[in-house]
Design a protein around this ligand. Structure first.
Ligand code: DGT
Ligand code: CA
Ligand code: CA
Ligand code: ZN
Length: 600
């Protein structure tokens, strides 16, 4: 286990001890130890090897053994037993915003609740509001926390869902009985979160495929095990559905289960308008009386007309006089109009009106990444090497500014030092990746910036972000961000709503006004590609891009591994249909430098 993970375990232990009402000194020992470990400069492995862990200030003798065990084995019996000794419902309650160990214990002691459902009922009966130290406000907050938790627990980040889906997909494709296999549903549409996985397979022999599917490693629950449809659940709670269809139905089933529902409705209407009925099984001509009649060329009474003619999605779209609509565009947001083939026009001409979607291979570098100078885990050199490994030409470094003190944000003097070290690296010739010097500068509550203008102007570029006072009114937050956009030193706006998917709602802000201001001031809005953020949202991009807004895909990487998240940003750019020429990352190094220079 690495240091960060051990810190989390120690913090967790402190909370669990609180929940049990243990001795405050013991609780503090774990909390202090966690903090000491977190802020320790030296490498944990080295310290342990030298036997110096016990002499680190804040790490008491009781913790030394436990930290060493965690470091060595990744497990700790004490921790496991502690967790096991507490009702699971109480541990779940800790996930409700505002409830820590002490409060959960109080609720448990006073009301006897040990499940979320019990807590909910107590809130609804007004019992929590009348408890000392709680009140009506916190009762409401707990209720909305429970409601959100219910909604959230049902969905998963796209990034996490893909990691589960990939081995399933590989496994399916390797089965001899499988003729074709695809992932469908929201995963294929590249939605930011995924409810469940959907797999569609073409085969004449479904049974062995079903058996393999329910027998996969990692399956914790088999919800259905049928002859052509099965569902399983994985440890993360993610469920996967598999449907096996005859090869002749594959294109229809794949299209249907890719969705979205809204897109399917629009497709069915288009088919109906042409006298056909479209379903997951096929497409059939409707006779005069409104009934169904198999299309000529179809064998027997089977409803799947497509068997003879339609074997791919492209052919299905073509049948309805549409160009092939990429899955990520199938959200029922006007894509049929966009991809319609107007009568008599050559396909190539029609193609000109459809923006080509960004491809990951077009990305030449990314901006907004952190290093050990602030809260990153890797050095400048390591991050540059990470960018090189991804085949990029350049990398932007944008560490935090001083107002983000918990992230060790940089003051003006440290920014100048960082500029120096970046220049030295570029000049050394040791990094084939050019590093652009930037900063993620806090937008202070009144919209002013956290660093001197001269400092901001000494950098190659700047990213301005809100990291505090999230609860301002919509008007105040909008004015705050626009003031920052209007600052002449602002190059990009970072994560414009501050949302953390499945965890934190966006702050209130009028993004339409923000987009207007960004366009007027030639300020780029980032797609924060961290899988938890994906902010600004794809739903806003198509319209904003049409109006000329520039975009930058920024993984906001805090370690080398985080650079790979740029791919999730590519998803957003594709769903938002942002033309590659409006994506800064598609420009070469000189083109990026020119953009930075010319907008000053
Ligand atoms: P998710 O799983 O909530 O992230 O979203 P999807 O889109 O993957 O939805 P899911 O798994 O319920 O169903 C997969 C696709 O199947 C969905 O996108 C469209 C299609 N589908 C499911 N139910 C219906 C329905 O009631 N009507 C229509 N037209 N299509 C449906
Ligand atoms: Ca799904
Ligand atoms: Ca499903
Ligand atoms: Zn940030």
């Amino acid at each position: 286990m690495n240091k960060a993970e051990i810190v989390e375990v120690l913090e967790d232990i402190a909370v669990l001890l609180e929940l049990k009402g243990e001795n405050p000194f013991k609780i503090r020992a774990y909390a202090t130890g966690a903090r000491a470990l977190d802020t320790m400069e030296d490498d944990l492995g080295d310290i342990i090897a030298d036997g110096r862990l016990g002499s680190v200030k804040g790490i008491g003798s009781a913790l030394v053994d436990k930290i060493e065990t965690l470091h060595r084995t990744g497990e700790l019996d004490y921790y496991t037993e502690l967790r096991d000794s507490i009702a699971p419902g109480l541990i779940e309650m800790l996930e409700i915003p505002g409830l820590g160990g002490k409060k959960v214990k109080k609720l448990h002691d006073a009301l006897g609740v040990d499940t979320i459902e019990g807590l909910k009922a107590a809130c609804e009966a007004g019992e929590v509001a009348s408890l000392k130290g709680f009140g009506e406000k916190s009762e409401e907050k707990i209720l909305s926390g429970i409601a959100n938790r219910g909604v959230y627990a049902k969905r998963h980040l796209w990034w996490a869902a893909r990691a589960v889906a990939e081995p399933i997909f590989e496994g399916l494709r390797n089965l001899p009985e499988v003729e074709r296999a695809e992932a469908a549903g929201s995963l294929r549409r590249l939605k930011e979160t995924v409810g469940d996985l959907d797999f569609i397979v073409a085969s004449a022999r479904p049974q062995p495929i079903m058996d393999w599917f329910v027998g996969q490693a990692g399956v914790v629950e088999i919800s259905a095990h049928g002859t052509t449809k099965s569902s399983v659940r994985f440890e993360s709670g993610l469920q996967a559905d598999l449907r096996v269809v005859p090869a002749g139905q594959f294109a229809f089933a794949l299209h249907h289960f890719t969705g979205s529902k809204e897109h399917n409705v629009a497709m069915r209407q288009r088919a109906l308008a042409r006298g056909y009925s479209l379903s997951e099984w096929g497409v059939v001509k409707r006779d005069e009386g409104g009934g169904l009649r198999p299309e000529e060329g179809d064998e027997g009474g089977d409803l799947s007309l497509g068997e003879s003619r339609i074997t791919t999605e492209a052919e299905l779209f073509r049948f309805l006089e549409l160009r092939e609509i990429p899955p990520e565009m199938r959200e029922g947001m006007g894509e049929l109009e966009m991809y319609a083939e107007s009568g008599g026009t050559q396909e190539a001409d029609v193609g000109d009106t459809i923006p080509p979607l960004l491809h990951a291979s077009q990305i030449k570098g990314v901006f907004h990444n952190h290093t050990t100078a602030s809260d990153g885990k890797n050095s400048l050199e390591e991050m540059a090497a990470g960018a090189e490994a991804l085949g990029w030409d350049y990398l932007g470094i944008a560490d935090h500014s001083k107002a983000s003190y918990q992230a060790k944000g940089l003051d003006d003097a440290r920014v100048f030092k960082l500029i120096e070290s970046i220049r030295a690296l570029n000049d050394s010739g040791e990094s084939p990746v050019h590093v652009f010097s930037g900063i993620e500068c806090d937008i202070l509550p009144d919209g002013s910036l956290d660093l001197e203008t001269a400092t901001l102007e000494a950098l190659d570029y700047t990213v301005m972000s809100v990291h505090s006072s999230f609860t301002q009114s919509e008007d105040a937050m909008t004015a705050r961000v626009i003031r920052a956009i209007e600052h002449p030193a602002t190059v990009m706006l970072g994560h414009p709503t501050g949302r953390i998917l499945l965890r934190r709602e966006p702050y209130k802000i009028d993004l339409h006004k923000v987009i207007d201001a960004a366009i007027a001031n030639r300020v780029i809005i980032e797609i924060n590609a961290n899988p938890h953020r994906l902010d600004m949202d794809w739903r806003l991009w198509r319209r904003a891009a049409e109006r000329g807004l520039m975009c930058a895909i920024n993984p906001d990487a805090h370690q080398v591994d985080g650079l790979a998240h740029y791919e999730a940003g590519v998803n957003v750019a594709r769903k938002g249909a942002i033309p590659p020429e409006q994506i800064l990352n598609c420009r070469d190094c000189a083109g990026v430098a020119r953009w930075f220079a010319e907008r000053r």
